[in-house]
Design a protein around this ligand. Structure first.
Ligand code: C2E
Ligand code: MG
Ligand code: MG
Ligand code: MG
Length: 273
């Protein structure tokens, strides 16, 4: 009967909910343990400079090896780290570790720039600025080799707060990139109001670049706009030669993607350089 159907739908639904909240709670306690036991590692994905065909930059991407389950994708655990506030601790580890690896590379004469992903709640954490400042100072690293990636989502939150945060970052000499550009809901006016250095074109425009003319139009427009605003453009998710040729022909400055290299362990990255 209809009534029974409704009941079973509700039962299914609440089983689902229980399942997902159980998973969340389980993941949260595993994450706490991971922080204590230092189960994280940073992988570095090279970024290719399209005019020199050199690697001048890389992006730090976190990896979590769970002893019981193996590798967990950041797409899976970063959202939970954000919801539970654990991202603050994890984010500080990412900053320390990035600066440590970067200093090591520089000591070997490999003057690479490294970008770090920041979550929205990190931007709201006032103590983060001092943390970055102190960690940089202790390392002796020149701040111009560090870059922070924010998504557009951060910018719709509290514009004045984000603006203050970014001005302080700029004062330190650290660069700023807008990640996943083109997928957020923020207005474009922030591009002229905030101290931004790079736009990273979202992968969704690049994956089907050759198949859809509309993606080509969007990518061309982003590059043209960025260039006239004196911003540099990094295309993400480049997997095919034709995509690279298109991006290069239309003045894109940097490229990141499996075509050139997947994210690598520190040792493999160092060898590649
Ligand atoms: P993102 O910052 O946009 O990073 C790019 C993602 O695309 C990475 O996934 C990278 O491995 C992947 N990728 C790069 N090139 C290609 C390609 O050619 N094809 C395909 N299919 N994928 C490509 P990953 O490492 O799984 O990271 C996913 C997301 O997790 C990141 O997206 C970022 O939002 C977040 N994340 C990673 N590390 C951190 C971190 O240390 N802190 C924070 N807050 N978020 C992080
Ligand atoms: Mg990123
Ligand atoms: Mg991205
Ligand atoms: Mg992303």
């Amino acid at each position: 009967t209809a009534k029974q159907n409704v009941k079973s739908v509700i039962q299914f639904y609440s089983e689902d909910l229980k399942d997902s909240s159980r998973k969340r709670i389980e993941m949260e306690s595993a994450l706490r343990e991971a922080i204590e036991k230092k189960q994280f590692e940073l992988y570095l994905q090279p970024v290719l400079n399209l005019s020199s065909e050199n690697i001048t930059q890389a992006e730090a991407l976190i990896r979590w090896y769970r002893p019981d389950l193996g590798m967990v994708s950041p797409a899976e655990f970063i959202p939970i780290a954000e919801q539970t506030g654990l991202i603050i601790k994890i984010g500080k580890w990412v900053i320390e570790e990035s600066i440590r690896l970067l200093s090591e590379l520089h000591r070997q004469g490999k003057y690479i720039k490294l970008s770090i992903n920041l979550s929205p709640s990190q931007v709201n954490d006032r103590s983060l600025l001092d943390f970055i400042r102190c960690t940089l100072k202790e390392s002796g690293l020149n701040a111009k080799y560090l870059e922070l990636e924010l998504t557009e989502g951060v910018l719709v939150d509290d514009f004045d707060k984000v603006s203050d945060f970014l001005q302080e970052i700029r004062k330190m000499g650290v660069s700023v990139a807008i990640d996943d550009f083109g997928t957020g809901y923020s207005s474009l006016s922030y591009l002229q109001k905030l101290p931004i250095d790079y736009l990273k074109i979202d992968q969704s425009f690049v994956f089907n670049l050759m198949e859809h003319e509309s993606n080509q139009a969007i990518v061309k427009a982003i590059i043209a706009m960025a260039t006239s605003l004196k911003l540099e453009v990094i295309a993400e998710g480049v997997e095919k030669e034709e995509q690279k040729a298109f991006l290069k022909a239309h003045g894109c400055h940097f490229l990141q993607g499996y075509l050139f290299s997947r994210p690598l362990t520190y040792d493999d990255f160092r060898k590649l350089l």
